[in-house]
Write a protein that binds this ligand. Sequence first.
Ligand SMILES: *Cc1c(COP(=O)(O)O)cnc(C)c1O
Length: 431
Amino acid sequence: MLTPNLTVNEAGHLCIGGADTVTLAKTHGTPLYVMDENMIRENCRGFEKVISEEYQGRGLICYASKALSCMEMYRIVDSEGLGADVVSGGELYTALKAGMPAEKIVMHGNSKTNSELQMAVTHGVGRIVCDNLPELERLDKIAAASGKTVRIMLRIKPGIDAHTHDFVKTGQIDSKFGFALETGEALAAVKAASLYPNLLLVGLHCHIGSQILDTEPFAEAGRVMIDFMNRIRSEFGITLTELNLGGGPGIRYTESDDPKPFSEIVRAILSAVKESCASAAFPEPFVLFEPGRSIVGGAGLTLYTVMAKKEIPDIRTYVLVDGGMCDNPRYALYQSRYEALIANKADAPRSTTVTIGGKCCESGDLIGEDMPLQDAENDDILAVLATGAYNYSMASNYNRNPRAEIVMVRDGEARTVVKRETYVDIIRSDI
Ligand SMILES: *Cc1c(COP(=O)(O)O)cnc(C)c1O
């Protein structure tokens, strides 16, 4: 199985975290997102363990909540001692409503609105990561009007090619995020930020991309950032005390994926940071990490009902399901690959090769092509694996499909944490 929390019971049904997925589909309906709480918690602890073993706990793991944002997720990560990274007023609102302490929240975004900045300042968010000069100007005014000094970090493009999909790499010069190092833009931004009376520049941030499978690009980012912090010290006499290294560790989406475990990645970054600090005689900074996918991705799966099968001779066989790009747009966006299986025949061999099509009115509405699958029949339950990240959070009401329910499984017991939307919800804002 793709992840160790997936098993097959005596009935031949796929189980996640000890819960029978066929039973879940029957009792909760489909499409249905199923999350394994124990695995989420284990991942949180795995990150914290490395920070405590390798860095005397001088850091904060902020769950990148854009991967899966709902109140219960903030409660779970908060109870594990993590903070949260939010990228919008909506995520910030959800986190605060769930009881996440504001000082453990990092606020991101390359186009934060004045009302989002105001909200972050009013609630006392721990760190705002500033992306551009106009934002510094606006934030300083808002802070002044609120009578507060705001702790900020600057988002830096360290110029690292992370060998991932073009749409998810963010560290190179040609990116809409942050200040470029190579061009001198970042150094000028540090100078500018240090002059605003109501902003306190505590450190720097970088995020080189997502679904990165190797340790080296991360370690390189650590070295580049410490070198830059050392340069800032010698140019301006400013010693920054915090370094936020973003997220990005990859997960196993298919049997052939072989990502380095996140523990190894974090260990590699920390040892690069420590070495660079030692050689520059620079004080080791407090570190932050923002993992999203590696906390929740492998902990979730999606269940669908097979509605029909269409065999097009000599071309392909479509298996059509009751969801699609409205609950998982990732194949349409990035041709992301997934493993699927028939949950009620999980012990049978996957002897056919199919294209899984969704219910939306787009030819590109596919979950995947060339996918090995058990012989699918109408009303079978289809499971798509490793959908815990960037599925629900990217879901839409396209074709006015209500968003699917999320259940959280813990020790074999399931509870609803996000209700299925209704048609009443669909017209709620209509006049
Ligand atoms: C998306 C993002 C993350 C999380 O990335 P993952 O690949 O899910 O770990 C962290 N930080 C920032 C700034 C991001 O944009």
